[in-house]
Ligand binder design. Structure first.
Ligand SMILES: [Zn+2]
Ligand SMILES: [Zn+2]
Length: 336
């Protein structure tokens, strides 16, 4: 039986799921953001301004869909430290409906405990610990939101900061804005979260674009990292449900055309745009890799056997292009 790690039916749509505008601290208006991303082949943007949830449906047309979202920040709890020294856990929340305007929050009591999470509260003073974050995320998920742990590298997160998080839908493995400032993310946090049995968490590549530098400027944070989502059509419900099902892969360059695990052959089959390397990674140290014969050459397909004798829990695939940009599939769990 073939188990595909990327969606096999529907139309492909390119999406930036993490975006700032002049509605918070971004430098481009929502209209300017739309214009720029449309020019680069994008169909979907989740407008995720800081702690503000705004319906941008007025931007929609037959080739463009705005998702309603916001980014909530949990500040470090040590008030003796500066903002720079504290940790900052940032969570993106994509709303299940365009007109959703509830911000999920909880109230911190003076004694350090929490009121029950309410579904409708304005942002308050958040605190950065997994118990509190789990309450917020849980309330968001109960209200239908998709939640992503943003830029764990920029946030200075340690293992104990994310290992006990629950119900997250995604974690950023590539963040264009953080890459520009020299604090790039990678898939290591994803692997560790999967290893801690957050089984249904997906790799997210996104821009977190704040600046308005032109596209050819080295500091430009737009159009650097995205997800390719496959859905029946370009409307809110189709795209949201496709994202929720994991019908997408993430990329900062390579395209993946086919990727499945054949459980009779015990092998991964991949077809992709020209790649300098293709990796099958697992929960353990071992994996498998495909390379061209010589440096400077590329490959566009591979069949990579997956060892059955060392008890892999899950596998996932990474494709790397000649510039070092990566595409990531979701994990496939060999052990149910
Ligand atoms: Zn952030
Ligand atoms: Zn952001």
């Amino acid at each position: 039986m073939k188990h595909s790690l990327i969606p096999t039916e529907g139309n492909w749509y390119k999406a930036n799921l993490h975006c700032h505008t002049t509605c918070s601290d971004g430098k481009m208006t929502p209209e300017e953001v739309k214009e720029r991303y449309r020019s680069q082949g994008y169909s979907v943007i989740a407008f995720s301004d800081h702690n503000k949830i705004i319906d941008h449906s007025d931007l929609n047309d037959e080739n463009f869909l705005a998702l309603t979202a916001f980014e909530v920040d949990f500040s470090g709890k040590d008030s003796d430290l500066t903002w720079n020294a504290n940790k900052q856990v940032h969570i993106n929340m994509i709303a299940p409906r365009a007109d959703e305007d509830r911000i999920v929050a909880a109230r911190l009591r003076d004694d350090g405990t929490f009121d029950e999470v309410k579904a409708i509260l304005p942002p308050q003073k958040y605190v950065c610990n997994s118990r509190f974050i789990n309450k917020i995320v849980s309330a968001a998920v109960d209200n239908g939101y998709l939640t992503t742990l943003n830029h764990p590298a920029w946030s200075n997160l340690d293992y104990e900061d994310y290992a006990y998080l629950e119900k997250l839908w995604g974690v950023e493995v590539d963040n264009g804005g953080c890459r520009v400032i020299g604090r790039p993310d990678n898939a290591d946090v994803l692997t560790k979260m999967l290893r801690s049995y957050q089984r249904d968490i997906y790799p997210i590549s996104a821009d977190d674009n704040h600046s308005a530098f032109p596209l050819d400027h080295p500091r430009c944070s737009s159009c650097r990292a995205w997800v390719n989502v496959r859905a029946e059509k370009l409307d809110y419900t189709s795209i949201f449900e496709a994202l929720k099902r994991g019908d997408f892969y993430s990329s900062a360059g390579p395209e993946i055309y086919e990727c499945y695990y054949d459980d009779e052959e015990c092998a991964i089959h991949i077809k992709c745009s020209p790649a300098a390397a293709i990796y099958v990674n697992s929960d353990g140290i071992a994996g498998n890799q495909a390379y061209p014969e010589h440096m400077g050459e590329t490959i566009t397909e591979a069949v990579l056997p997956v060892r059955q004798d060392i008890g892999f829990e899950f596998i996932r695939v990474t494709v790397i292009d000649e510039k070092g940009n990566r595409a990531h599939t979701k994990a496939f769990w060999l052990k149910k």
